[in-house]
Design a binder for this molecule. Structure first.
Ligand code: ZN
Length: 201
């Protein structure tokens, strides 16, 4: 029997959207709900033979690169899912934005949830969709972070956000500096914050 690699996107996404509503109504809308929703999404995609997200079209999502003032936008809340991303963003950022906008498709609109909470939820969804928290444990060096970012085709910052979400403590620090702007963008120091002090001075 021929095996179809193509998911049944409309069915998959509408069942995930129903799941989000039932969880939200039962226990409230939280960042943790978004993380669990991303895990459920990965589970459903894996059942359709899509263990890795490479081409969004396989998931029934159309992506267009446009001139935008923001990172991205969901074009409508019906099928097929259609997302615009900022053509000027680097491709890793675009990939993260695509995951973020899919979360907007699955979750209630900003008229029903606090916009700040909603944005946090969408970021958490995208991070977990593209890089499971279970994969960030055991990183031994900053280089491991870089390799994992390369493997998941995302930037370093969502990898670090996933690390921060775990209770695991890698015992090293990473500092993100903007070459262009010349200032510190962020820092992660888990075991020994004092080691970062010289760099932050
Ligand atoms: Zn958003």
């Amino acid at each position: 029997m021929g095996e179809s690699r193509q998911a049944e996107p409309a069915h998959t996404w509408s069942s995930l959207r129903s799941l989000a509503v039932s969880w939200g109504e039962a226990r409230g809308y939280t960042v943790n709900l978004a993380v669990r929703l991303a895990q459920a999404t990965r589970g459903q995609l894996a059942q359709c033979g899509l263990a890795e997200i490479r081409d969004w079209r396989d998931l029934g999502v159309s992506v267009e690169r446009r001139a935008l003032s923001s990172s991205g936008m969901l074009i409508r809340r019906d099928f097929p899912i259609s997302v615009w991303v900022n053509a000027k963003d680097d491709w890793r950022r675009q990939r993260f934005t695509e995951g973020h906008e899919i979360a907007h498709f699955l979750l209630p609109s900003r008229y029903h949830l606090s916009p700040v909470l909603l944005e946090h939820m969408c970021d958490a969804y995208a991070a977990e969709l593209l890089l499971s928290v279970s994969r960030v444990r055991g990183l031994a060096s900053a280089n491991d972070v870089l390799e994992l970012a390369n493997e998941a085709c995302i930037n370093i910052s969502p990898v670090l956000n996933q690390v921060a979400r775990t209770a695991w403590d890698p015992g090293f620090g990473i500092i993100l500096v903007s070459e262009e702007k010349g200032f510190l963008l962020g820092a992660l120091a888990l075991t020994y914050p004092d080691r970062l002090a010289p760099y932050l001075a």
